[in-house]
Design a protein around this ligand. Structure first.
Ligand code: PGA
Length: 247
């Protein structure tokens, strides 16, 4: 049985006091304990959010990291720095990083390897653009992203990895993939992983992301292969985010 995982991706939102307010509100709401709840917050909030979630089952995530432990990489944050704070998860290869910050499959792969080595669970984002979907290339693109990200990974590590399928045309647009379209791609991702690593693919959790909201979450989570959601906009309000966790 795969434990459902709902992760909030705050992106570049919330200063420290706003972050703490949100977490306090979230803690006050009754949440489904069968769902793993993750908050992927800006670097500047990690430390304080970590102390605020102490003693709860809420997990902490970062939104990116470098693959080296330390060095001359101005502006970057190392996996050891995240580890010191007690970060559990790290989002890698988000489409906004691919689009605006030159993230490519090769760097995603390096980061995935380092994250696993340091004991941080990667949430690897994959997904096609609208143009790619319009010419029926979505599976080809996603297959490439998945296989590249997982290149050289040990089979025994596959179950520690979360993949988030996020069609780029559905992110922040209010337009979601239909739940069956999402499920279809997520099945395909699992088959792709199985083709390379075998049946451990059944232990790997695959989320859907892209305009997941309180009004569509139950339909999405009812699909056979969707194990959770990576959520941007709707994770910025405690009440909405709790509704997603309580789908
Ligand atoms: P959204 O973002 O829920 O605002 O569409 C999802 C994401 O980018 O992870």
């Amino acid at each position: 049985m795969r434990t459902p995982i709902i992760a909030g991706n705050w992106k570049m939102n919330k200063n420290v006091s706003e972050a703490l307010e949100l977490v306090k509100e979230l803690k006050a709401i009754e949440r489904n304990k069968k769902v793993e709840t993750v908050l992927c917050v800006p670097f500047t909030n990690l430390w304080q959010v970590k102390s605020e979630i102490e003693g709860t089952d809420i997990k902490l995530g970062a939104q990116n990291m470098h693959w080296e432990e330390s060095g001359a990489y101005t502006g970057e944050v190392s996996p050891l720095m995240l580890k010191e704070i007690g970060v559990d998860y790290v989002i890698l290869g988000h489409s906004e990083r691919r689009q605006y910050f030159n993230e490519i499959d090769e760097t995603v792969n390096k980061k995935v390897k380092t994250a696993l080595e340091k004991g941080i669970y990667p949430i690897i984002c994959v997904g096609e653009t609208l143009e790619e979907r319009e010419v029926n290339k979505e599976k080809e693109v996603v297959e490439r992203q998945v296989l590249k990200a997982l290149e050289g990974i040990d089979t025994s590590d596959i179950e520690k990895i979360v993949i988030a399928y996020e069609p780029i045309w559905a992110i922040g647009t209010g337009r979601t993939a239909s739940s069956s379209e999402a499920n279809d791609m997520i099945k395909f991702i699992r088959e792709t992983v199985e083709g390379k690593f075998g049946k451990v693919s059944n232990d790997m959790r695959i989320q859907y992301g892209g305009s997941v909201k309180p009004n569509n979450v139950s339909e999405i989570m009812a699909e056979s292969d969707i194990d959770g959601a990576l959520v941007g906009g709707a994770s910025l309000k405690a009440e909405d985010f709790a509704k997603l966790i309580n789908y």
